[in-house]
Unconditional design. Structure first.
Length: 228
């Protein structure tokens, strides 16, 4: 860190050398305030605090730099406000940070694409498992259930550890939830003010009927040719 310190005075102060001012920033030398031009710092540009990466790089790239501070009366201490650096160093630091941001953006895009591919693959596997457990479940419905249950960030059963492991109980829970909301009047009962447990009790037999029908393999058509 630079040993040069520039202050932002709390009250108007003039330069002790050129007697001009008041100035928003002064370089203190042996308790004598000098403006930045008289202190040979006038060619530096101000970079306020806030962007840690930009500040760090600008400080590294600048041959000459100074820390800008202001006295905080409540805390009884000087606090950093920013830095003064060479303009070329700041421009170089900005370019480097921009390149980093572009790199991070590309990485985020790649990560999102990878997650999308992984999610699509898992949804396909989950749909196949639903079809295995419930062979008479329409394929498009199995896909719909799998997509709903495995939505990233949803907190649904397909995102749980058991769901990702294709645990039969978790898979059945996803199918049961779908049947409850789609194939029974459960949602209408809730909207009508029926307590949740009571609504579940009302639709339980209808759910079991659908699940039982889906568990039964579809019988082959009587006129279908036997397998070779």
């Amino acid at each position: 860190m630079s040993d040069l310190t520039v202050i932002e005075p709390r009250r108007p102060r003039h330069c002790a050398e050129c007697h001009q001012g008041p100035y928003p920033r002064l370089f203190m030398e042996s308790d004598t305030p000098r403006c930045l031009d008289c202190a040979d710092l006038g060619h530096l540009v101000y970079l306020p605090r806030g962007d840690t990466a930009l500040t760090r790089r600008a400080s590294e790239y600048s041959t000459l730099s100074a820390v800008v501070v202001r006295f905080n009366r409540n805390r009884g201490r000087y606090e950093r406000q920013g830095i003064l650096v060479e303009e070329e160093a700041l421009a170089r630091a900005e370019e480097a940070c921009l390149a980093d941001e572009e790199s991070r953006a590309r990485r985020r895009t790649r990560d999102a694409q990878r997650r999308t591919t992984q999610d699509a693959a898992f949804t396909t596997v989950l749909a196949a498992e639903i079809s295995r457990l419930y062979p008479s479940c329409p394929p498009e419905r199995a896909q719909e259930i799998a997509s709903h249950a495995s939505l990233r960030g949803s907190g649904r059963v397909g995102r749980s550890a058991a769901g990702r492991a294709l645990n039969e109980h978790a898979t059945t829970a996803a199918v049961r939830a779908s049947v409850r909301h789609v194939d029974t009047p459960y949602d209408e009962l809730l909207m009508a003010g029926t307590p949740r447990n009571a609504a579940r009790s009302v639709v339980s037999l209808a759910i079991e009927a659908v699940l039982a029908a889906w568990r039964t393999p579809t019988a082959p058509h009587p006129n279908s040719a036997p397998p070779a």
